[in-house]
Ligand binder design. Structure first.
Ligand code: 2P0
Length: 330
């Protein structure tokens, strides 16, 4: 199935005139059980489910307005060239929603994630863009349908439609109508996420290509879907029973399994820098001293730490530049 066919099924047939402008916010999310591999690259349908935690007020705000002439994009207060990857990816997504071929958009995006935190992910951006489209065109779609639409922009964006712990169901249908995210009912007020910045340089290979290359060439990939399925089930139990040790062990183990799989790809996809390895050792040393902290890593060299409020002091003592996020605090 094509993206356009899915979108036609989801959008209402009769629409009011677009609003003058519409603004929406979506949080960034960090996967505790990762999405790495697609069963359908056209629709961003994953091989297995995944589970993330949203970062509250850290994310993307997008304002959309109709514009005469051609699209214009601004990011964090600066105009962005139409040929930049940001503008090209956004425009390609917006193409599916133009009421007529001469309909253009003014897109103004702000990331509330400090750019230096290395979290400027496409997930919150596509989620906010989808929410803004829903408002601008008066679609009045349910969150579940919006999650499906956001996935078509970027897989992990389907999780950024929600706060707190969020599960993305892999689904089985070729149309992907059963592949959407939904929030778990559980919260965890003293849980903390720490952002460790190792480098903010642009990565040599984007996650979309790296994911496909891993699936195509890594001899370890065959074991990955099974690992995810087991980790996902255990992670949900850890969240339900508020077992922090289990949550940390599973999240760290899952991230390491994902990286091991991609490191074994041919040629290797190695996002780690010397500083990443140093930080991993520091996390392990803290744990050995009784400061209970775990890490996860995505498609880049930076670490995200998981710990509880009671351990903020010992974690910050080691990682002095740490940005601490409380995902469940208002
Ligand atoms: C995740 N990542 O679960 C995993 C872990 C990166 C590492 O989802 O091709 O930008 O747009 O569907 O969502 C990043 O991949 O890829 C990602 P596309 P996406 O958060």
């Amino acid at each position: 199935m094509t993206k356009r066919e899915v979108i036609e099924q989801l959008l209402p047939k009769r629409l009011p005139a677009p609003c003058v402008s519409a603004t929406a916010f979506a949080p960034a999310n960090i996967a505790l059980c990762k999405y790495w591999g697609k069963r359908d690259p056209e629709l961003n349908l994953p091989t297995a489910g995944s589970l993330s935690i949203s970062l509250g007020k850290l994310g993307s705000e997008v304002t959309l307005a109709p514009r005469a002439g051609r699209d214009r994009f601004a990011l964090n207060g600066k105009l962005v060239a139409p040929e930049s990857s940001f503008a090209r990816r956004a425009a390609a997504f917006l193409d599916f929603f133009r009421p007529t071929s001469d309909f253009h958009f003014e897109v103004t995006a702000h990331n509330t994630v400090p750019t230096a935190a290395g979290l400027a992910s496409s997930a919150s951006g596509f989620a906010a863009l989808t929410l803004a489209l829903n408002k601008l065109f008066g679609w009045k779609l349910e969150r579940r349908q919006l999650s499906i639409l956001a996935r078509l922009g970027s897989g992990s964006a389907c999780r950024s439609l929600f706060d707190g712990f969020v599960e993305w169901h892999a689904g089985k249908a070729a149309s992907g109508m059963d592949s959407f995210a939904e929030p778990l009912k559980f919260n965890w007020p003293d849980l903390r996420v720490g952002l460790v910045m190792i480098s903010d340089k642009e990565k040599s290979i984007g996650s979309r290509d790296a994911m496909q290359h891993t699936r195509d060439t890594s001899p370890l990939y065959a074991a990955w879907p099974e690992t995810v399925t087991r980790d996902l089930a255990e992670l949900k139990t850890a969240i339900r029973t508020r077992n922090f040790t289990k949550l940390g062990e599973i999240a760290e183990g899952n991230a390491l399994a994902m990286h091991a799989t991609m490191i074994a790809a041919r040629p290797s996809v190695l996002y780690w820098l010397p500083g990443s390895v140093e930080a991993i050792h520091a996390v392990h040393a803290l744990r050995a001293e009784g400061c209970e902290v775990y890490f996860t890593m995505d498609a880049g060299p930076n670490l995200k730490l998981l710990f509880r409020k009671a351990d903020v002091r010992c974690v910050v003592k080691e990682f002095s530049d740490l940005q601490v996020v409380a995902p469940f605090s208002a």
